[in-house]
Design a protein around this ligand. Structure first.
Ligand SMILES: O=c1ccn([C@@H]2O[C@H](COP(=O)(O)OP(=O)(O)O[C@H]3O[C@H](CO)[C@@H](O)[C@H](O)[C@H]3O)[C@@H](O)[C@H]2O)c(=O)[nH]1
Ligand SMILES: O=C(O)[C@H](O)COP(=O)(O)O
Length: 320
């Protein structure tokens, strides 16, 4: 493993249990910070209500850590907006924010517009398709930002079960993460190899940083933010927090293929070019002792066309 990644993993990986909401309220008061929670939502009537209600009950009413909950409706055709509003969120439609800039389809557009629709100095993004949502997610993501001024952006990490018709595969989820995003990041931005869940939809950042980088309109937004923020602020300004387990609604393989395509487009638009890709791939496994990293060499060797080999051997008189 690269020394910079090893050092970053040790100093910038936290667990949500480190912080209690009440302590963070005190830290927030001392710093005069404000917090917005943003939920991008496209047809999430089944799940968005419970998430909003939990955050409102536990982190607005019982303990004033969160100042506003905003659901950015990304063009839902179901009752997402009504359900979210009834649960206590302010709901804005993506088309009504910055209308003179039009609306692009996709999740990243909703996040970009949320910067204009909210006021918090700290912004926490939470997907609205989460099942069994735990308020610890928000507390954990805010912990590093409210206690360490050198940290500006915090990603979630977690176990990702895959729920299938045959049952639950404990670590089977995050297919695009494992098959596309992590190999790409390891190859071209190896300093980011320590991010266990680079595509996690739960993350928090300082507005001051988030307003300095572009937002990709679709599913490339998470990879784009990581690459652009490390260039802007440096690796030590980024952190990750272990939130336990995350369950969400899975998309079909064909939809994940389109997601992978957007992530690839995002990466290629940022690829610095030149040089050889890094051949080390860092993978993470959950063991009884916590997260274990394993390094693999995925470098490949190009063998020449057989005709060229034959011709060269004939010239040397060594062809058998
Ligand atoms: O056009 C869209 C599409 C999605 N969403 C919302 O965005 C969130 C995540 O979308 P989802 O389709 O559930 O993504 P996942 O399959 O869960 O994909 C993972 O990987 C993506 C690519 O990095 C991330 O954007 C996601 O947050 C992350 O959970 C959900 O609340 C959606 O309702 C929108 O608001 N608008
Ligand atoms: O983050 C990902 O890799 C994609 O959202 C796919 O997740 P899933 O394999 O858990 O459905």
């Amino acid at each position: 493993m690269r020394p910079d990644v090893r050092r970053w993993l040790r100093s910038r990986t936290f667990t949500a249990e480190t912080w209690q909401a009440a302590d963070l309220v005190t830290a927030k008061g001392t710093r005069g910070s404000t917090v917005s929670v943003v939920l991008p939502a496209l047809d999430e009537e089944r799940t968005v209500g419970a998430i909003v209600e939990t955050i409102r009950r536990d982190l607005v009413e019982a303990c004033p850590l969160v100042d506003e909950i905003v659901v950015v409706d990304s063009g839902s055709s179901d009752r997402t907006a009504e359900v979210a509003a009834a649960a206590g969120a302010r709901v804005v439609s993506v088309d009504d924010v910055l209308p003179r800039h039009g609306s692009r389809p996709g999740k990243g557009e909703a996040l970009w517009k949320s910067l204009h629709a909210t006021t918090g100095e700290l912004i926490v993004f939470v997907d609205s398709d989460l099942v069994d949502f735990d308020p610890r997610f928000v507390v954990g993501l805010l912990g590093p930002l409210l206690t360490d001024p050198t940290i500006g952006y915090v990603k979630a990490l977690y176990d990702r079960p895959l729920t299938t018709t045959d049952g639950i595969v404990p670590s089977g989820g995050g297919r695009v993460t494992e098959l596309v995003a992590r190999p790409l990041l390891n190859a071209f931005w190896p300093e980011l190899a320590g991010f266990v869940q680079p595509l996690s939809g739960e993350y928090a950042g300082r507005r001051e940083l988030l307003e300095q980088v572009p937002f990709v309109s679709g599913y490339g937004v998470e990879l784009g933010l990581l690459v652009d923020l490390v260039a802007l602020a440096g690796l030590d300004a980024l952190a990750q927090v272990d939130l336990g387990t995350r369950k969400h609604t899975h998309q079909a393989d064909a939809a994940l293929g389109r997601m992978a395509g957007q992530i690839l487009q995002t990466a290629l638009a940022r690829w610095p070019g030149g040089g050889r890709p890094e051949s080390e791939l860092l993978q993470f496994l959950r063991t009884a002792d916590g997260l274990e990293s394993v390094t693999w060499d995925v470098g490949v060797v190009e063998r020449p066309p057989m005709r060229a080999v034959r011709a060269a051997d004939r010239r040397r008189g060594t062809w058998a």
